[in-house]
Write a protein of this length. Structure first.
Lengths: 745, 287, 167
């Protein structure tokens, strides 16, 4: 098949709308007779609700007021467990938990009303840290505060210590991180018993919202309709939370009989929606004198906040990635997701892997030091190769050329020369320079049998004008879904990119292609787009209306003739797993992912000893990704992910006060500006993955995993200090540097 | 957006006389509204408790930058963008231009005013340390008349000013006395742009024969007000900036400032960095 | 209930067209544009003047419209993203953003285009440092800024008019 569009940087499908300001996000949509909605939330972290008081001076009879008692179905946000209510009824389990909803036509009056509602809560003891949760200072979930735990075992770690010449033990921590999509969360809803519920919203997964509303309203699937509006960024932050805000808008619509719009402002979005799970990782690693890994013992804990939500899955991915792209014959990973009285933490690009990979890649540098080997030599002696098994016992069946990636990354970043030059120039310099790297992988698609469980479907439909519409639930959230699906379909059909239309994700019109998460959209769903496109063409060929090798005009004519004589021209493709993948959920052994993208990232930093500020001055990202579908979009994914990870590494600090985010404004939650981000230089290697479209692997989350450890490794190179947490703020660096007196003499 | 917008009154008087008349006849009722870059942020956070404002937008008396041989006088409505563009300010008062350039973003700089910055009285403001170093004076006008006060001492406590409720800040005057002085400004924020300062340092010194003849040091974000470090200045006057002198000066500075832990940073960090900035400033004087 | 004040008449030139609306004096210009005038291209990202998604040109200068009270817009000349293209013809900055991949999710794009236009008017051939400074007031979470920088460079190489449309 000719790759006329695949592999080329065609114009973004909805690009014109975006550069002219015509793209319509949820807050841009207005309807006549629409009410605005707001949420009244608890300011207490944990307690029993004793009463709700409505203050004086507000014309309450004009307002629609909703509490848990108004929920027609189950008071639950259906996800994995059933523990999270849509509205708190009797107990509060985290600050900002939603209790009362209000709607009114006057947006300004609504804000006054919100302030006038008092929720009386009798406080209960609350816990706010991983340590307090594990110690059961208060038990807030189940018997022991543990949402989920895993145990991965390979070989015999306990026996293997005897083989180790050197054992290195350290602890690493990562803080919470806010997704900070520039478009705040928002939903519009209509809802009544006759017509059901219709939602327009900023979201990543229409069918997640669909499922949650079925349960919340006790309505059948056909009565719930979820439509994705243009969405201004998600990064996982709009994976599960939209079900909550959609439920709220729909409940107000149900009670008022009117259409309701809820749009969060930045303060509300930051304070009450999900964040990246904070983590604590303990590594104990045994190596032989000649630098071979013999034993890895890893304890990985993530803070899930007050409800289970997606913590078990974040834990899963973090666990599986915790031992990295290295071969070690004896591995044990014990992991837990624990409960605290904070708003539930949730999906954020990387989904557990940035946390465990930060720990691992920092640790690898420590072990290298203990062995008196360079960081790269230690890794070279342990990189996994084809024919070897991972920590879960997955046999690597593809060529993995980490040495090649390392060489390229070092060449592009001038690693050795810079390292040597910095070492020479740093003594006596006010600004210390350093360079560091990380080597890592990211598994694309759902873990284990997840994709089989999702059983994703894509449909294609042709019009009599010869336009082909792609019907998929995958959402465009900036990453380029619309564009790559169009490229794939156009090439598979042998027609122009402009003849492909992507249907707006609308659960009444598109099949369930699974959620837009887990780096699966290109690799898994893109593959279904391709097979559905081939299927559509085959239908035409089989009907005798078209030859295999045809012109675009012939294709168009064939569509019209088919539809006129036989009816709708559609095709359908459903996910089938690649052969030979085996995964055991009980023992957590086997093929965790169909494939991995492999990467080496190099960060160059400058640390100012006057202000203790570290900044990244150059960044090189080298990755093997199967096949590049769209060079500009692919590079865009890496660049954006690296920027977010630079934020995670150095700038983005969530300040917690009694379970509440105290710095929930853009003034005080610091993401990098154009002045802070260095040149990010991206390079791709291609080793086609047989089960991705044209060989493509998923890459959306990969760039989030590598930068933080590379940067903190570089800081250690520059200053000699061993930072073991993110963010490595100037305050952290100052404390670490002043501990090591004389380091700057 | 957390404010009940209909409760806010914003009038635009046509003249200074009209404005002063209102301030005089209705004391405490009106507060001035300049560029809005501070007040609108408070409004949106639901924290703007005062409700009635007089926009100064039409008051031409508060605009413009006047240059004489003795001084440069900036109208209170001079924006940060206008400060950066002014030739004499660039040449003789570079610390003020540096501060203006590091305030918010270009969009903020187009609207924010030096008068608003002073009256908002944040201890983390970027320009006031430069104003202190330049021995600025402020002109206050009311229906009762005009008075000039030194800017040093204008802030008497956290968000407390020597500004009567019927007075308006009309201008800021900078004596042109620092042409030969060595000048230094450094703002340490949370990132390279659009950052509230964690520590802000402005310094200027007249160095003759290797010795500090005269010196001005001012800091932001290390005390409830923007601070002139007079004890540290006194300790330095007449001395050569040797390592011993510098070390002693940083000790004096530590006793003069009172940094705190807050949402952006820690007291220990602010103290250490303030000392480092002083050291950097003084080391440059030694060259 | 607190004392309230009435809406006032605001008359201004928006994208070359005279517009008259009723607004509260302290109402944000952002809301006047989006709600009163239904010009929804200008976005709210933070409501505190940090993200630049609400940026417009007011009397030729870039401002954050979330921080401008409606009464100050009276008599002003305002240019928004809707006024950047000439009918179907994109201006040089918009064309460059499209070609270079400067827009991903697109929510920051209107503000970025405005900021880029303002930058190129001040510095027709900006250095790397000038580009970074010129765009430092506009936050983008998707792109890491790289392709936005590339778009600005491409725009100033283009012969197409970058200036906002004037009638």
């Amino acid at each position: 098949m000719e790759e006329k569009f695949f592999g080329h940087s065609v114009l973004r499908k909805e690009g014109r709308e975006k550069v002219t300001g015509r793209a319509r996000y949820v807050d841009d949509l207005a309807f006549p007779e629409m009410l605005h909605g707001v949420t009244v939330r608890s300011s207490v972290a944990r307690g029993r609700i004793r009463g709700i008081r409505f203050g004086d001076g507000i014309p309450w009879s004009e307002f629609t007021v909703v509490t848990a008692a108004d929920i027609p179905g189950k008071n639950e946000i259906a996800l994995i467990e059933h523990d999270q209510p849509c509205l708190a009824a009797e107990v509060i389990n985290h600050p900002e938990e939603a209790v009362v909803l209000l709607a009114h036509a006057d947006r300004y009056l609504l804000e006054e009303a919100r302030r006038a509602v008092q929720i009386d809560v009798e406080p209960l003891p609350a816990i706010f840290s991983i340590e307090d949760s594990i110690a059961k200072r208060a038990v807030i979930f189940g018997e022991d505060n543990v949402f989920k735990s895993y145990r991965v075992e390979k070989g015999d770690v306990d026996a293997a210590w005897a083989q180790a010449d050197i054992i290195v033990e350290r602890e690493y921590r990562t803080g919470a991180q806010e997704q900070l999509y520039i478009e705040n969360q928002g939903m519009i809803a209509t809802a009544n018993p006759t017509d059901g519920v219709t939602i327009w919203g900023s979201l990543q997964c229409p069918y997640y919202v669909h499922k949650a509303l079925i349960i919340l309203f006790g309505l059948p699937a056909e009565k719930i309709r979820v439509i994705q509006a243009e969405t201004g960024g998600g990064f996982g932050g709009k994976e599960e939370y939209p079900s909550m805000i959609a439920g709220h808008a729909a409940l107000l619509a149900w009670k008022s009989g009117k259409r309701v719009k809820i749009i969060y402002d930045r303060a509300e979005d930051m304070a009450s929606t999900t964040k990246r799970h904070p983590s604590r990782t303990r590594h104990r690693t045994g190596v032989t004198r000649d630098g071979k890994l013999v034993a890895m013992d890893i304890d990985f804990v993530i803070d899930g906040g007050a409800y289970a939500t997606l913590s078990s899955v974040v834990l899963s991915r973090g666990t599986i990635h915790s031992a990295g792209p290295y071969f070690c014959p004896n591995v044990r990973v014990q992991s837990r997701a624990v409960a605290t009285n904070a708003p539930p933490h949730g999906a954020f690009r990387g989904f557990g892997a940035p946390q465990s990979i930060f720990a691992l890649e920092r640790h690898m540098d420590q072990v290298a030091r203990a062995l008196n080997l360079t960081s790269e030599e230690f890794r070279r002696r342990n990189f996994i190769r084809k024919g070897q098994t991972t920590a879960t016992g997955q046999l690597i069946r593809e060529e993995v050329n980490f040495n090649g990636l390392l060489e390229r990354a070092f060449r592009e970043s001038d690693y050795h020369a810079k390292r040597e030059r910095f070492a020479r120039e740093n003594p006596g310099a006010t600004v210390k320079r350093g360079i560091g790297f990380s080597s890592f992988m990211h598994g694309a698609g759902f873990t284990g049998s997840g994709e089989v469980y999702l059983a994703s479907v894509v449909e294609l439909e042709a019009t009599r004008e010869g336009i082909v519409r792609v019907l998929a639930a995958s959402t465009e959230i900036g990453q380029g879904t619309n564009t790559i699906f169009s490229q794939i379909a156009a090439d598979a059909l042998g027609i122009s990119y402009d003849r492909i239309e992507i249907a707006q994700p609308d659960t009444s019109a598109v099949p369930n292609s699974g959620p837009t998460v887990a780096s699966r959209t290109a690799m898994v769903v893109g593959n279904l787009v391709e097979s559905a496109a081939r299927g559509l063409k085959r239908t035409l060929v089989d009907s005798g209306l078209l030859c295999d090798a045809c012109t675009e005009d012939e294709f168009v004519r064939a569509c019209r003739r088919y539809i006129e004589t036989r009816g709708p021209l559609r095709s359908r493709s459903q996910y089938e797993p690649p052969p030979g993948l085996l995964w055991d959920d009980a023992t957590y052994k086997g093929d965790a992912y169909g494939t991995y993208a492999w990467a080496v990232y190099v960060a160059e930093v400058a640390v100012d000893t006057v202000t203790f500020e570290a900044r990244v001055t150059d960044f090189v990202a080298v990755q093997e990704v199967g096949k590049v579908i769209h060079p500009v979009l692919a590079a865009g994914q890496i660049e954006g992910g690296v920027a977010q990870a630079i934020g995670m590494a150095l700038y983005e600090n969530v300040v917690w006060r009694e379970g509440r985010m105290a710095n929930g404004q853009m003034t005080n939650y610091i993401m990098p500006t154009a002045a802070d981000i260095p040149p990010i230089r991206v390079f791709f290697e291609e080793q086609p993955y047989p089960f991705g479209p044209h060989g493509a692997k998923g890459i959306g989350e990969l760039p989030m995993d590598g930068p933080a450890p590379a940067i903190v490794n570089a800081i250690e190179d520059a200053t000699g200090i061993c930072v073991r947490e993110t963010p490595a703020t100037p305050e952290v660096l100052m404390e670490a540097m002043t501990e090591e007196v004389g380091i700057f003499d | 957006m957390r404010a009940y917008i209909p409760a806010y009154d914003l009038r635009v008087p046509g003249s200074l006389t009209e404005t002063l008349g209102l301030l005089s006849r209705e004391p405490g009722v009106w507060q001035p509204f300049a560029g809005g870059t501070d007040l609108m942020v408070l409004l949106e956070a639901g924290k703007l408790s005062h409700k009635r404002y007089l926009s100064l937008a039409k008051l031409e008396d508060l605009r413009g930058i006047d240059v004489t041989t003795a001084d440069v006088t900036l109208g209170a409505l001079t924006t940060y963008s206008e400060i950066q563009k002014h030739r004499v300010l660039q040449k003789e008062f570079p610390l003020l231009c540096a501060a203006a350039r590091e305030t918010g973003s270009i969009a903020t700089q187009n609207r924010g005013t030096i008068g608003g910055n002073i009256v908002n009285a944040s201890p983390a403001a970027d320009s006031p340390p430069a104003l202190l170093v330049y021995d600025a004076e402020v002109e206050l006008v009311s229906a009762r008349g005009v008075r000039w006060l030194p800017y040093h001492g204008f802030h008497t406590g956290y968000k407390q000013l020597q500004l009567a409720s019927d007075e308006l800040l009309r201008a800021v005057r900078l004596p042109r006395r620092v042409k030969k002085w060595r000048q230094y400004y450094r703002k340490v924020g949370t990132r390279k742009a659009q950052a509230i300062s964690k520590v802000c340092f402005a310094g200027a010194a007249l160095v003759e024969n290797g010795a500090i003849r005269d010196v001005r040091i001012a800091l932001g974000s290390v005390a409830p007000i923007v601070l002139r470090a007079v004890k540290t200045e006194d300790a330095l006057c007449g001395s050569k900036p040797t390592p011993t002198v510098i070390a002693a000066a940083t000790e004096t500075l530590a006793r003069e400032i009172a940094p705190i832990d807050d949402i952006r940073s820690t007291a220990r960090y602010r103290l250490r960095v303030a000392q480092n900035l002083l050291e950097e400033f003084l080391s440059q004087l030694a060259k | 209930m607190t004392e309230t004040f009435n809406r006032i008449a605001i008359a201004c030139d928006v994208n070359g067209e005279q517009r008259r609306v009723q607004a509260f004096p302290m109402e944000r210009l952002l809301d006047v544009l989006r709600d009163e005038m239904r010009l929804t291209g200008t976005k709210e990202g933070c409501g505190e003047g940090e993200c630049g998604a609400c940026a417009v040109l007011m009397n030729g200068a870039i401002v954050n419209s979330c921080l401008v009270p409606a009464i100050e817009a009276d008599g002003a000349d305002i240019r928004t993203i809707e006024g950047m293209a000439r009918g179907d013809q994109l201006n040089a900055v918009q064309e460059a953003f499209l070609e270079c991949g400067g827009a991903q999710c697109g929510i920051c794009t209107p503000g970025m285009v405005i900021a880029s236009v303002a930058l190129l008017e001040r510095h027709p051939h900006p250095s790397d440092a000038q580009i970074r400074e010129g765009l430092a007031g506009n936050l983008c979470r998707c792109t890491g800024y790289q392709k936005i920088f590339a778009a600005v460079v491409r725009a100033c190489e283009s012969s197409r008019d970058i200036k906002p449309v004037k009638r």
